[in-house]
Design a protein around this ligand. Structure first.
Ligand code: FES
Length: 141
């Protein structure tokens, strides 16, 4: 019995050390630019954060992952076609990241956007998965 208790105490001690050594999840804020810089109805690549900032027709913002939700290829924005086109298997996504053409199973993931003193900031430490676009997902001034 004492050996079992000693073993349990040892494991507890080791687990608590693991928790202490695990890095805390921290915000990773990327400044995309001033609100005026973005024209409604456009998509801007933000290379430093590896995301796209979509400025929707009403001036609200969505930060979109550039990773395809099918098998993870990087999805470029096609300005002429006005949509994201995945080069791997042909999925396409709208300005809001919604699937227009399969095989992608769901919209592009998003990151939280906030606007502080007229500056658009994106937290790339939090990936938000979604089943569809809803206007409440966009951040307004
Ligand atoms: S990885 Fe994009 S369609 Fe397959």
């Amino acid at each position: 019995m004492a050996a079992a208790e000693f073993g349990w105490l040892g494991l507890s001690f080791m687990n608590s050390r693991k928790e202490r050594n695990r890095p805390a999840k921290t915000e990773s804020i990327v400044t995309a630019g001033s609100v005026e810089r973005f024209t409604p109805g456009t998509v801007t690549a933000v290379p430093v954060g590896q995301f796209y900032l979509a400025c929707l027709g009403d001036g609200s913002f969505l930060a979109l992952s550039r990773t395809c939700t099918h098998l993870g290829c990087s999805v470029p924005w096609d300005e002429e076609k006005n949509k994201f086109v995945c080069p791997c298997h042909g999925s396409t996504f709208s300005l809001t990241g919604e699937v227009l053409t399969a095989p992608a199973p769901r919209p592009l993931d998003t990151y939280p956007v906030r606007i502080e003193n007229g500056i658009v900031k994106v937290d790339t430490s939090v990936t938000q998965k979604r089943e569809r676009f809803e206007p409440a997902q966009a951040t307004r001034i």
